[in-house]
Design a protein around this ligand. Structure first.
Ligand code: DC
Length: 247
């Protein structure tokens, strides 16, 4: 059984009601590079909600599977791995940190190698089953901004605020390329674009938890919007549900 141990009890201190206001669940899905993490983190910060990066959970497991030489063709073995490790995660000074069995994976999960591995592990249904269960439990507490690919469709389809965040393919690849450069990884733009396309294809085609825009999700195209503009739109959606107070 996988476990999520919130850092410093942050998630466990997030009651369903706060100051007489219901603490909502904000679910954000979208393709790689659409700006989900940046925007979700910002919205969570403004609202005092917990930010949950579900991609980081898949990424950490993918890196662990590589370390342990588990075949990506063996969904059952991958599921066994997911259910046997303890997963710790939390947001800390703008970084979403992840530990597996007490070992920190945060700095290993955003490499090109991790990109390739996560594509494969996210296709394994037994892995998805374990992570979806953990994510549902976390969302149940309310006061969360959760982002990924299947949050609006599978994890919390009844979330009060549902968003499908996207952007042009070239712009998404440019953002990813800039991110990698900032981390000292110099990859040709064409390679970054090809990798992004491959990931898009996997996200759209996988049998379980594929990326879809569900009815009721608000489509936001971030190609020409700043992080602040997108965040304001989402907070507006939240306020319209009379659940969010920024003051
Ligand atoms: O958001 P990201 O790029 O860090 O996600 C990494 C991978 O994990 C991505 O290729 C798709 C997968 N993923 C998923 O299948 N389901 C989620 N809820 C989140 C991520």
């Amino acid at each position: 059984m996988g476990h999520f141990q919130p850092c410093k009890g942050r998630n466990s201190e997030s009651p369903r009601e706060h100051g007489g206001r219901k603490r909502l669940r904000i679910a954000i899905d979208g393709p790689a590079g659409a700006g989900k993490s940046t925007v979700a983190r910002k919205v969570a910060d403004i609202l005092g909600y917990t930010y949950l990066d579900t991609g980081a959970m898949y990424r950490a497991l993918a890196v662990l599977a590589l370390d342990r030489n588990i075949s990506f063709d063996d969904p059952e073995a991958l599921g066994e791995l997911a259910s046997s490790v303890r997963l710790d995660a939390c947001e800390d000074n703008g970084v979403f940190r992840v530990w597996l069995d007490g070992e920190e994976f945060t700095h290993l999960i955003r490499t090109p190698e991790a990109d390739r591995a996560v594509k494969l592990i996210s296709m394994a249904q037994p892995v998805r089953r374990v992570l979806v269960e953990i994510q549902r439990e976390l969302a149940g507490r309310g006061g969360v901004v959760m982002e990924g690919r299947d949050i609006t469709s599978v994890v919390i389809p009844d979330a009060e605020v549902k968003v499908f965040l996207t952007a042009d393919e070239t712009e998404r690849a440019r953002r990813r390329w800039a991110d990698l450069r900032n981390k000292g990884i110099d990859m040709p733009f064409d390679e970054v674009l090809a990798e992004l396309r491959a990931r898009d294809a996997k996200d759209l085609e996988r049998e379980w938890g594929k990326l879809v825009k569900v009815d009721g999700a608000v489509l936001i195209d971030s190609t020409r919007l700043t992080v602040d503009e997108v965040s304001r739109i989402i907070i507006g959606l939240c306020e319209a549900k009379q659940g969010c107070s920024t003051g």
